[in-house]
Structures are given as structure tokens and as C-alpha cells.
Design a protein around this ligand. Structure first.
Ligand SMILES: NC(=O)c1ccc[n+]([C@@H]2O[C@H](COP(=O)([O-])OP(=O)(O)OC[C@H]3O[C@@H](n4cnc5c(N)ncnc54)[C@H](O)[C@@H]3O)[C@@H](O)[C@H]2O)c1
Length: 372
């Protein structure tokens, strides 16, 4: 039996709860999963979240949750400034940890988390759920099989538009002291992780970070607060393998709600992924007969596609929430088999080093090498 303790009872708390609830119905695990305790500083979450979604007990202090001997795994779904203290304490208490992205406020914190987790010998994972979209996992296989040849370009855009409204209130995501960064740590963290996963390490970057609306009203008090975290960050990148990267993460892409698109161009072929059509992967191969060459749209719902044997007959699509079931299922499988899981705190740390270097580059207005 494995007892889970989750910290953070809003957006990600709900997405992860859905996965904890479903995971052993679709993954063949050698132990039972118990949704033992939920924790949030907001006491209203006891009723709205814990009892409603099936958590057995509730805590308002993460310190108390971690002290509990009946908890085996800590799932961190709180704002970014809490990830490091919660994870370091949980590692010291010998709990396995899954932590939301970005792993931390900066690379120094991420390094402390990695060191604590490795010293404790626990299993640790960063919740970069997009690695576990079946189409992305298939893209990884195609790239590893050499179907794209030498990769020349990795282009990634992650667009949202919820901040275009000047009346959208100030939230923790606007405060660099609570979030570390804004669109950058939130959205570019995902695409940087996907870039490392699919193409390899990034060696140097040149970035630009913008705040378009620098004051917003607090929802409850109406007081004006300063926005200190970026609304949008773009950057160019050079990969160790020679590819060029082009990234943009923005909350000011009017009309785009959660639009994540990757384009990977290689010497033998190309791939295009669009999160709004997550059951599909566009693939172009120069190995096709000349007369037949063109992008084809592959529907990723066959049993032999990554993860799809766990779900429905061919053609029956899955959704965004399934990616969390895949990540939590793989995490539990790794624990059961005493194996390491990826992406782990090392990947979170490497991603954070790149993110930090982009913001430094934007400030200094020049290309910078990512520290090795
Ligand atoms: N993987 C993804 O696609 C994805 C999407 C959104 C957010 N995230 C990440 O998930 C994390 C949480 O984001 P969210 O959107 O769920 O935030 P949220 O604001 O919706 O929820 C955060 C919750 O944490 C609680 N909280 C804050 N401080 C706390 C503390 N000290 N102890 C206990 N509870 C505390 C808040 O009361 C709130 O209920 C962030 O790191 C974010 O970057 C990941």
C-alpha cells in the first residue's frame, strides 16, 4: 500500500487528484494507492477539495503533513516559492516526491532539491507532463530512430491570452518573489524541457523578457500591485548538437488560450505537434517517394503508439488529463521496480539553469552560455 499526501488544492491539485484516483485502474501496479491526506493553507479546501475529491484527511500545514509517518509520497502542487522548502523537508523525511514545474524559483534552489533527494535516495520527479503526451513520446521514438536525420531547427511557441485583459487581477504568478518568473517559468519551462528531451542540451541563449502591463488590482482589496514577473519571454538558443532553437512563451497572445506548438526540422524529415490536437502528429519524410512527399497527419490512437494500449480501441482519443495519469503511473512503476524516473530533479535543475540564463541574457541584452 502507498499513501499519498498532496500539497496545493487548486488547479494542479485537482489535475493530480484525478490522476491519483484513476492511476491504478489503468496501470497494473503491485500496490494499492491510498489518497491519504491533502494540505492547503486555505482551510476552505478541507470541504471544497479534500472531502469532495476523496482525500481521507486534511492538513493546513505542509510541515505537519511531512511529519506524518503514514505518508509515503509527497505531491507538490503549490506556487513555485514553496517547492524547495517542501521538497527538501520531504526528502529528509524519506518520502518520494513528485513536484510541479518549474522545479524551483532558480537554479540554486533546484540544486538544493536535487542534492537533498539524491542524499535521501528517494525517487523524485518533476511534473513535465507534456513528455507523456503519446504524440510527443512517439516524436521521441522517431527522432531516436533517426527518421529526422540531423536536426536543424527546434521552434516552440506557447501562447495564452489571459493577461491581455488589463482588469485581470494581480495573482501570485505576477510576483517574481512568489513565482520566480512569469510566462517564462510557467510556459517556457515546458518547452525547454521538451527541447532537452527531444533534441538535447542547450548551450547558449539570447533572450528578451517583457512586462506589458506593470500594475494590476488585487481582487479582494482593489489595491494596486506591481507586476514583477514577465508577461512574455522569447529567446534564441543554440543546441550542443548544432540545431538552432526559437522559443516564445507569452500570456499576451490574443485569442490563443493554451496553444503549444512545436516544429522540428531535420535533414531527413520534420515533425509538427500542436497541443490543441494532441492526438495527432504531423510527419514529413524525405524518404517517401518524391511524388508522395508531404506532411501527413498521423492519428496517435493505435495500440502500438506510446501509452495507447492502456486506453481505448483505435480512434478513441484521449485528453490533457491523461498526461497526468501517465506521469503518475510511470512514477509509481519506477518506485515499484526501484528504478529512476525521468524527468527527475536533475532535469528540473538543468531546465532551470537554462531559464535563469535566458532572463540574465535579457537583462544584459546579449548572448550567454548556459553554465555547465
Ligand atoms: N504541469 C502543468 O501543466 C501546470 C499547469 C499549471 C500550473 N502548474 C504548476 O503547478 C503549481 C501550482 O500551480 P496552480 O496553477 O495549481 O496554482 P493555484 O494558484 O491554482 O493553486 C495553488 C494552491 O496552493 C495553495 N498554497 C499556497 N501556498 C501554500 C502553502 N505554503 N502551503 C499549502 N498550500 C499552499 C493555495 O492556497 C492554492 O490552493 C505551480 O508550480 C505551477 O507552475 C503546472
Amino acid at each position: 500500500m502507498f499513501n499519498i499526501g498532496i500539497v496545493g488544492a487548486q488547479f494542479m491539485g485537482r489535475a493530480h487528484t484525478n490522476a491519483w484516483f484513476d492511476v491504478d485502474r489503468f496501470y497494473d501496479l503491485p500496490f494499492q494507492i491510498v489518497m491519504k491526506a491533502a494540505c492547503d493553507i486555505d482551510p476552505a479546501s478541507e470541504k471544497d477539495f479534500a472531502s469532495r475529491l476523496g482525500w481521507q484527511t486534511f492538513e493546513t500545514s505542509w510541515g505537519n503533513l511531512i511529519k506524518r509517518e503514514d505518508i509515503d509520497i509527497i505531491d507538490i502542487c503549490t506556487p513555485n516559492n514553496t517547492h524547495m522548502p517542501v521538497a527538501v523537508a520531504a526528502a529528509k523525511a524519506g518520502k518520494h516526491i513528485i513536484c510541479e514545474k518549474p522545479i524551483a524559483m532558480d537554479a540554486d534552489e533546484a540544486r538544493q532539491m536535487l542534492d537533498a533527494a539524491e542524499a535521501a535516495g528517494i525517487n523524485h520527479m518533476v511534473a513535465f507532463n507534456y513528455r507523456r503526451v503519446p504524440a510527443i513520446a512517439l516524436a521521441k521514438q522517431l527522432i531516436e530512430d533517426g527518421k529526422l536525420g540531423k536536426i536543424y531547427h527546434f521552434n516552440a511557441v506557447y501562447y495564452q491570452d489571459w493577461l491581455v485583459d488589463p482588469d485581470f487581477p494581480w495573482v501570485w504568478r505576477h510576483d517574481a518573489k512568489l513565482a520566480g518568473s512569469g510566462a517564462h517559468g510557467d510556459m517556457n519551462a515546458h518547452t525547454v524541457d521538451l527541447a532537452r528531451y527531444l533534441v538535447g542540451e542547450i548551450e547558449s541563449v539570447c533572450g528578451e523578457a517583457k512586462v506589458f502591463i506593470d500594475r494590476r488590482k488585487m481582487a479582494k482589496t482593489g489595491q494596486i500591485s506591481i507586476v514583477t514577473a514577465d508577461d512574455a519571454t522569447s529567446f534564441l538558443a543554440q543546441f550542443a548538437g548544432g540545431a538552432s532553437g526559437n522559443f516564445m512563451g507569452t500570456r499576451f497572445a490574443t485569442g490563443r488560450k493554451n496553444f503549444l506548438r512545436l516544429e522540428i526540422f531535420g535533414s531527413r524529415g520534420s515533425l509538427v505537434f500542436n497541443l490543441e490536437r494532441l492526438n495527432e502528429l504531423e510527419y514529413y519524410s524525405r524518404d517517401d517517394q518524391l511524388a508522395e512527399q508531404g506532411f501527413k497527419n498521423v492519428l496517435i490512437t493505435e495500440n502500438q503508439h506510446p501509452y495507447m494500449h492502456k486506453w481505448w480501441p483505435p480512434g478513441h482519443i484521449i485528453g490533457w488529463e491523461h498526461t497526468f495519469i501517465h506521469e503518475i503511473g510511470d512514477f509509481l512503476k519506477a518506485i515499484a521496480e526501484n528504478k529512476k524516473i525521468k524527468p527527475d530533479f536533475y532535469d528540473g535543475y538543468k531546465c532551470q539553469l537554462i531559464l535563469d540564463t535566458v532572463l540574465r541574457s535579457a537583462k544584459e541584452r546579449k548572448w550567454l552560455e548556459v553554465p555547465v
